[in-house]
Design a protein around this ligand. Structure first.
Ligand code: UDP
Length: 240
């Protein structure tokens, strides 16, 4: 059963359960979409109907940010766990390494996906990264062809939301892979271009604070977070 958090339905899973579900999807004919919304993305879906419909039709929707967990709690329908997209990606790579499943990396600035591929092959011995493409392309055709020719099973699509989910919905079928994960800025982290918050921040649910300290220009985007929790409280008071 999915848990509605301000219009987006989340799967109530632990990180391990999420990885199990993703692996199971890989055994069925695709395309399957895995989305990892944070509060900003939920708010975006509230203003973009096409995007909201894509999320409603996704095969697995996990709460990427602690803000979603707080909102769910305020709404009186708590979710088991935060499941950061990047952790789900890591768990999945750990599980498919050595199985022959093929991973394609799509997104970020030119050169980033290639560097991420080098790092990930080293981090997950036996992982098959079958191809890469940057995220600043003008035409979809060559990208679809590249994924198809690489015979990818899994594609990490890192174009930022909602662009990545819309791309997957429009082209996932023609690109031929079974499992597509929308993972935002993850390739920058895998490539070592962006830093993830230290363990302590992650454990305390303060990853957003670390990001803010590193990139103060995010303040505008993040200032919406308290409003997100206020919306959750409002919805609860109205009995929704
Ligand atoms: N990006 C891209 N193509 C675009 C726009 C963005 O490949 O047309 C990449 C960008 O380089 C970055 C990622 O998408 O690597 C978005 O990162 P961000 O942290 O903003 O994503 P979020 O997880 O917050 O949606």
């Amino acid at each position: 059963m999915r848990v509605d958090v301000l219009g987006v339905a989340f799967d109530n899973v632990t990180p391990e359960e999420a990885a199990d579900r993703a692996l199971a999807l890989l055994e069925e004919d695709g395309p399957h979409l895995v989305a990892t919304p944070n509060p900003e993305i939920v708010q975006r879906a509230n203003k973009d109907r096409a995007f909201a419909e894509i999320l409603a039709g996704a095969d697995l929707v996990v709460p990427d940010g602690v803000g979603v967990i707080y909102a769910a709690k305020i709404l009186g329908r708590p979710l088991k766990s935060r499941v950061p997209g990047i952790d789900l990606a890591a768990a999945l790579m750990g599980r498919v390494a050595g199985t022959g499943k093929r991973l394609f990396l799509l997104g970020a600035a030119p050169g980033v996906a290639e560097q991420a591929a080098v790092n990930l092959r080293a981090a997950y011995p036996g992982l098959v990264v079958c191809g890469t493409h940057d995220g600043y392309f003008e035409e979809d055709g060559p990208v679809i062809d590249a994924i198809r020719r690489a015979e990818a099973d899994i594609v990490f699509v890192c174009l930022g939301a909602p662009k990545q989910e819309k791309w997957i919905a429009a082209h996932g079928e023609s690109a031929g892979a079974r499992l597509y994960l929308g993972l935002g800025g993850s390739l920058d982290v895998f490539a070592g271009k962006a830093e993830r918050a230290p363990e302590r921040f992650q454990r305390l649910g303060l990853e957003w604070l670390y990001r803010l300290l590193k990139e103060p220009s995010r303040i505008g985007r993040m200032a919406k977070l308290p409003l997100f929790l206020v919306s959750a409280a409002g919805a609860r008071l109205r009995g929704r």
